[in-house]
Design a protein around this ligand. Structure first.
Ligand SMILES: [Zn+2]
Length: 523
């Protein structure tokens, strides 16, 4: 009887095809374009938004009441390190829980190659968010030259051009560089420009983890601009920050350089995460000359007493003036493959545990031991709040996490993986009023979408793909903290990707509707 009744109730839906699969009704629509919110409905059919405004309540198969809540485009994160995590957790829950509907891989000059093989694997995995990638200049160079510190020959350059072209044809969104890292740091600017021309000719952009983000940050910004200008493509200072106490406040000058370049027609933009700490491998404290050839070569140098002295002196300098920001306690291990128990401990803690007084020299000694054992990833508290806010407020800055798809409860990652987007909406919109809600959403949606030339996403309009988030502007917050990172963001009630809810009324639906997205050069 009960079954019969359910069937009868369903008949009207079977009998007529409803105009919408889903209507999100009566929310404050913040459409991503940056204009002021308005109250309205969003009608979704299949994977697309088909109508907006005042929609007939009888015409939707399913209706979500969004009264008092914000309805916005699913967020787009242009800088993530998700190539491992996406296979461990294809829901990418730490991202989905903060409203991110699209994640981009391949930043900092490092990407899997060939791009096609990797994207095929992602497609076969079926992910909850959409997924796209950049081709990494460092990875391309490593494939052709290895980890050597010299300029490329003409023949090698040709090979790198060809790999870049293929990566773009496979669907990369552009070329990423990490000129701070081996082997990117061995690359002359002219060589990057040559590859940038190839990516640019196929519609791609350039995104730059700059050569240096501390004392030489101005030169680094100039170099990034130059790659865009001479390479003939849009360029982006990624995870823009100013590292080291002596350099705090210099975002004023870096943004001025970017403004000047924009004024003469160079298409330069910025992305940033809202934290006063960065995160990368402990190799960031080791001088780059010592890393040529990789780990084995580094250990050989550490075994040569004269070179060891030079390495140690350089680490001391970094601890004082660069990523250490004047205190070994500012360097906190995030993940250590050789000893997972070190995660969460600072370089000062570990130095003390090893029976040494905490000073710069002894901390450098500890770091050398860590590096000999294979190194860790670490969090570096070396950025000022003033710079974070100034960079966030800059009109051409988008929000991007630089995070990873996390394994919940494992290691001690930077909270940015869990909290970036929620933190901007909670701390920098609601609490500090650094940004308006509409402007913050723009920096998470239409700005990155336009950058990537994802012209069917990033704005709520009929005809666009239905990546939609519904959140409570009074409750949205990041919960993840340094030292206690494994906490999902709160406040996101519904997260819809390609028309399918991944989170509905706060609950995971077990759906993975994400798609592989392809860049403008795809063939
Ligand atoms: Zn980076």
């Amino acid at each position: 009887m009960r079954i019969l009744l359910s069937v009868l109730l369903l008949v009207p839906l079977w009998g007529q095809v409803t105009k919408y699969d889903l209507v999100i009704a009566g929310g404050k629509i913040v459409d991503g374009a940056g204009g002021s919110w308005y109250v309205g409905d969003v009608g979704i059919k299949g994977d697309s938004i088909v109508a907006m405004g005042k929609l007939d309540p009888t015409e939707g198969a399913r209706r979500l009441d969004a009264k008092g809540l914000v309805v916005a485009p699913g967020f787009i994160d242009v800088h993530t390190h998700s190539r491992r995590g996406i296979f461990d957790d294809p829901y990418a829950l730490n991202y989905i829980r903060q409203g991110v509907a699209t994640i981009m891989e391949g930043p900092d000059g490092s990407s899997p190659l060939p791009v096609k093989n990797f994207l095929d694997k992602v497609a076969a995995t079926k992910t909850a968010p959409n997924f796209g990638m950049f081709a990494g200049q460092g990875s391309i160079r490593e494939q052709v030259l290895g980890l050597v510190n010299r300029a490329a020959t003409a023949g090698e350059l040709d090979k790198m051009r060809e790999i870049t072209r293929q990566a773009m044809r496979d669907g990369a969104f552009g070329l990423s560089t990490g000129l701070f890292y081996v082997p990117g740091n061995y690359t002359p600017t002219e060589e990057v420009v040559e590859l940038a021309k190839v990516a640019g000719a196929l519609g791609g952009m350039h995104t730059s983890h700059m050569r240096e983000e501390a004392a030489r940050i101005m030169d680094s910004v100039r170099e990034t601009i130059r790659i865009g200008e001479e390479g003939g493509l849009p360029t982006q200072v990624t995870h823009h920050k100013v590292i080291g106490r002596a350099n705090w406040g210099r975002s004023k000058e870096t943004l001025q350089l970017i403004d000047e370049a924009r004024a003469r027609g160079v298409d330069v933009t910025v992305d940033a995460y809202p934290y006063t700490a960065s995160s990368t491998g402990t190799g960031a404290l080791i001088p780059q000359w010592a890393q040529e050839g990789g780990q084995k070569a580094l250990v050989e140098r550490l075994n040569a007493p004269q070179q060891l002295v030079r390495v140690k002196a350089s680490i001391v300098e970094s601890l004082k003036h660069d990523r250490g920001a004047g205190d070994p306690a500012n360097v906190v291990m995030a993940r250590c493959g050789f000893d997972p128990k070190l995660a969460g401990k600072s370089l000062a803690d570990i130095t003390r545990e090893r029976g040494r007084e905490v000073n710069f020299e002894n901390a450098a000694e500890t770091l050398i031991e860590i590096q000999r054992a294979g190194g860790c990833s670490a969090v570096y508290h070396a950025i000022s709040e003033e710079d974070v806010e100034r960079i966030l407020r800059y009109p051409f800055t988008m929000v991007a996490s630089d995070g990873e798809v996390t394994r919940f409860g494992v290691d001690s990652p930077h909270p940015r993986s869990y909290g970036t987007f929620a933190r901007v909406l909670g701390r920098y919109v609601r609490e500090r009023k650094t940004l308006t809600l509409e402007d913050a959403v723009r920096r998470m949606s239409s700005l990155p979408a336009a950058r990537l030339k994802l012209l069917d996403r990033g704005i709520l309009r009929p005809g666009m793909k239905a990546d939609v988030v519904v959140f409570d502007p009074n409750a949205v917050a990041d919960k993840s903290e340094f030292g206690k990172p494994h906490q999902y963001a709160v406040g996101f009630r519904d997260v819809i990707v390609n028309g399918i809810p991944v989170i509905l009324n706060g609950e995971l639906t077990q759906q993975r509707p994400g798609r592989v997205l392809f860049g403008p050069g795809k063939q």
